[in-house]
Design a protein around this ligand. Structure first.
Ligand SMILES: Cc1cc2nc3c(=O)[nH]c(=O)nc-3n(C[C@H](O)[C@H](O)[C@H](O)COP(=O)(O)OP(=O)(O)OC[C@H]3O[C@@H](n4cnc5c(N)ncnc54)[C@H](O)[C@@H]3O)c2cc1C
Length: 482
């Protein structure tokens, strides 16, 4: 994986830059010593590391604006950072950049239960948004498995999803408004505290823009009344094909579960070992959850289990208690940590039409043999979002490169199957060089023209999303600085 060579002229301006940043931020919010900047050298795609030149931790929109104005003035690239849990390398620094972390911006600014909205600073973690409203019987729906750590900032930048997004949609469906600071320090408001806004859907453009267009500092989020109850059912099958057919039949029947999650044998074993979730041992496991009143749950689960029975499940078990439900989800949500305990791994994130699941899984199995690296599959089956986890040995020379080649082939397969390079983790650096596989040059040019409007000098997160060779001319534009 290639990154641009750091600009020596930018590096030479470090002392002046630090002095200017210290003039607008408290001293402990400007980190420039190498031993301390190392804390920001990578995100959760830990295969790639590079300490930034400087990291800053502003506490308000005004401070973010001051920082960006100075960096703009000095011609210094800025990489926005939430909690650093990106699996796509979205928050990976370059040696000549300023990391702008929003972790200190974690306040709740307003809660409005009557209109079902909450306004937060974007450094607030996903789970603590629900934490702020649950006593009143509300919750924030998007639930990435990293929700204990990841910030609303990163959720907006990556348009993150989660197991329960089948019913509630992903971040973009639950985001009503943002305050954003553009690279030249201008503060803009997009959307509001209500559904939709007049004019172009700029909010839709910002959500999923991977820190390329501005730094999002505040967000107005939709909160929902908590359902009366929820209950998962475990379904084991002796092949992925049969599990895939069962998912298709559930969706066709018009029942809308809140989640349908798929795990293959490798993931079932690893998660069971880690979380003691009491999963049945089989080739393919589905966790299907429905919610509502007891009567609604009974009705929906009766329909769903009847469909499952037509596919000869080797196991079929409804959760019998809140504790059992929590255990079932603890296993699934710990999937990445559980596999991380036994091996280095790269987590892929592609989407496919649900009907091509058996074909795609079979091809991934064949590729695993070809490349000689084990792979486990976990999958938001209801919406076709795959997460193959390729295991490799970071200490074995050449293994990472084999893993990268394997991963690239899997993502190309997703596109060929009629899907997309990314579902919820974003492009970052991980899928950057594959963008040309999915998009024609004219499509990429149109996408880059959007960045030109918001960030004409290409200073915000400039080495991400677009293949380096096609963005080179824009990134190489001479930057105004003394
Ligand atoms: C164990 C584990 C499980 C995960 N499970 C899921 C899952 O179920 N679903 C899912 O969607 N993702 C998942 N992820 C990926 C990751 O948690 C999400 O992408 C998350 O939204 C990143 O949030 P963050 O705050 O950590 O962002 P970071 O990693 O800090 O940054 C991510 C991107 O956002 C940009 N950014 C950060 N802050 C701002 C800002 N203020 N303004 C503009 N841009 C900004 C960065 O430049 C970068 O491009 C998982 C990750 C891990 C490690």
């Amino acid at each position: 994986m290639e990154m641009p060579i750091p600009d020596p002229a930018v590096l030479a301006r470090k002392d002046r830059l630090v002095a200017r940043l210290m003039a607008v931020l408290p001293a402990d919010a400007v980190i420039h010593d190498l031993a301390e900047t190392r804390a920001y050298e990578c995100d959760a795609l830990t295969a790639y590391k590079c300490p930034p030149m400087v990291a800053v931790l502003p506490a308000s929109t005004q401070e973010v604006s001051d920082v960006l104005r100075i960096c703009h003035d000095e011609g210094v690239p800025v990489v926005p950072r939430g909690s650093g849990t990106s699996l796509a390398g979205g928050a990976l620094p370059t040696a000549d950049c300023v990391i702008l972390g929003v972790a200190r911006m974690n306040d709740v600014l307003e809660t409005d239960y009557e209109n079902r909205v909450i306004r937060v600073q974007t450094g607030r973690t996903n789970l603590s948004v629900t934490g702020a409203v649950e006593e009143e019987g509300f919750f924030y729906a998007p639930d990435p498995s990293s929700q204990l750590a990841c910030a609303i900032a990163g959720n907006i930048a990556m348009n993150s999803g989660g197991a329960h997004c089948l019913k509630y949609g992903v971040t973009t469906n639950n985001l009503l408004g943002v305050t954003m600071v553009t690279m030249d320090g201008e503060v803009v408001e997009l959307g509001g505290a209500h559904m939709d806004a007049g004019g172009l859907d700029l909010l839709g453009l910002i959500c999923g823009s991977e820190g390329q267009l501005g730094v999002v500092t505040e967000a107005t989020l939709r909160i929902l009344p908590k359902p009366e109850g929820a209950r998962p059912v475990l379904m084991g099958f002796d092949s992925a094909e049969v599990a895939g057919a069962c998912v298709a039949d559930i969706i066709k029947a018009g029942v809308l579960p809140v989640a349908i999650e798929f795990m293959d044998r490798m993931l079932i074993e690893v998660c069971e070992d880690f979380a003691k979730a009491d999963y049945p041992m089989c080739e393919a496991l589905l966790i299907v959850e429905v919610e509502g009143s007891d009567a609604e749950i009974d009705h929906q689960l009766a329909l769903i289990t009847e469909i499952a029975r037509r596919h000869d499940p080797v196991a079929l078990r409804e959760s019998a208690s809140a504790e059992e439900s929590a255990r079932i989800w603890a296993g699934r949500k710990a999937a990445f940590s559980a596999i991380g305990r036994i091996s280095d791994y790269m987590c892929l994130d592609g989407t496919i039409p649900v009907s091509s699941l058996p074909y795609v899984l079979r091809r991934i199995g064949e590729m695993s043999k070809h490349y000689g690296l084990p792979v486990g599959n976990v999958f938001h089956a209801g919406d076709g979002n795959m997460h193959p986890l390729i295991c490799y040995d970071a200490n074995k020379p050449g293994d990472l490169e084999i893993c990268e080649a394997f991963g690239a082939e899997v993502l190309k397969l997703c596109v060929e199957a009629g899907g997309c390079l990314t579902g919820e983790h974003g492009v970052g650096i991980e899928k950057r060089d594959l963008m040309s596989h999915q998009y024609a040059p004219a499509d990429l040019e149109a996408q880059m023209a959007v960045k030109d409007v918001f960030d004409p000098q290409w200073l915000l997160n400039p080495a991400k999303v677009f293949p380096l060779d096609i963005s080179e001319a824009r990134r190489a534009e001479p930057i105004a600085a003394e």
